[in-house]
Structure formats: structure tokens, C-alpha cells
Design a protein. Structure first.
Length: 199
């Protein structure tokens, strides 16, 4: 995380604690997909970050730059963890979530939808293919050739009144909840879909 431009922590190592998130199911049952929220307390004030991860049973070709690390799973054996913005399985399922074709799943309980995750999408045919991931100061953009953009908010901002407010040009979104340091529950935008040019 400290190597990413959206990271707002101090100069030392991050001090992370899990604060929330949700899962998506891979239709093929091969790739674990998790949108984890972690709180970093290494800076001047605690900051929540959205960390999309995929877990694979073998390395993902061409994604060496996105490898977060490897781990040993008690049942599945060795797993390779990736920044999910660079994994086509996560990107495809995120698109399906925004479009309402799949449901977000509880992070800790199998086969249980997460009612705190909301989504919207207006229209169709947004050409969310051939996406390129680009990090900036605000988060990660998944850019399509026609200009359509999926923006993942990496440093999360709790909605002031508990209801996430969409930008005026948004045509879709994903929002969710996480725990703040004081134990209260926050809601905020995770992903915003903005349109590109129409062919």
C-alpha cells in the first residue's frame, strides 16, 4: 500500500486492522474475490482503505506487478493473492455486480448476501471491456477504450448523513459499510461508474 499514490499514511509501515468488506463469487469456482476494507492507524488520523483482492491456486500470467504475496490455506494449499484491479475475474464480477446480475456476499458467511452493499446502473452497453487499471491520488481507475471509467475509491470517506451521495455524472455505483475506530458503522462509496463516448 505505501507504494500506491492513493495511500495517505505516514512514512513508516502501515498499521492495519480489518474493518469490513464483502465477497463476490467466481462462476467457475476457481478464484476467491474479496473487497476488503482495512483501517490504517499509522498516519495523523485513522484512514479506511478499500483493498480488492483475488486469491488463486496458481500464478496469474502477466500480473507479476500486481502480486501482493503468497499464503498457505489450510484446505486449498498455496494461494497467490493479487491486487484485484488487475485480475480479469474480479473486474468481470464487479461489472456484473454493478449491473445487478450478481449479489455481494457476506465476507464471513457462505451463501449469504450482504444487505449493506448497494449498487445501481442506468442504461446498458457501457462497453466495460479491455479495461486498463491506473492508480492516481484518489484511487484506481479501470478505463475502457471508449472513455467509460470504473473508479474504485481506495481511501474511503464516510457519507456525512449515512447515505452515499453519487457524483452528478455517475451512471452506476457500489457502496458499502465498514467499522470506524470508535466502533460505529460507516457507509460510503466504493466504486463509481462514469460514461464514455457512445459509438
Amino acid at each position: 500500500m505505501p507504494s500506491r499514490p492513493w495511500y495517505q499514511g505516514g512514512t513508516g509501515a502501515p498499521e492495519l486492522a480489518k474493518a469490513g468488506g464483502f465477497r463476490l463469487d467466481d462462476p467457475e469456482g476457481e478464484v476467491g474475490i474479496e473487497f476488503m476494507v482495512v483501517t490504517d492507524t499509522s498516519g495523523d488520523q485513522p484512514t479506511g482503505y478499500l483493498v480488492p483482492l483475488t486469491y488463486r491456486g496458481a500464478p496469474l500470467d502477466g500480473a507479476e506487478h500486481a502480486l501482493v504475496g503468497t499464503m498457505e490455506h489450510g484446505v486449498l494449499g498455496r494461494r497467490w493473492a493479487y491486487d484485484g484491479c488487475h485480475d480479469p475475474v474480479l473486474v468481470a464480477q464487479l461489472r456484473a455486480l454493478i449491473e445487478g446480475r450478481v449479489q455481494a456476499q457476506d465476507q464471513n458467511t457462505s451463501d449469504t448476501p450482504d444487505p449493506e452493499v448497494t449498487r445501481s446502473c442506468t442504461g446498458d452497453g457501457h462497453a466495460l471491456t479491455d479495461l486498463t487499471a491506473v492508480d492516481d491520488q484518489e484511487g484506481t481507475e479501470l478505463r475502457a477504450p471508449n472513455g467509460t471509467v470504473l473508479r474504485l475509491h481506495r481511501a474511503l470517506r464516510p457519507a456525512a448523513d449515512g447515505t452515499p451521495l453519487l457524483p452528478p455524472d455517475a451512471i452506476g455505483h457500489v457502496a458499502g459499510a465498514w467499522n470506524l475506530q470508535d466502533g460505529t458503522r460507516a457507509q460510503g462509496l466504493f466504486v463509481v461508474l462514469r460514461p464514455g463516448s457512445r459509438a
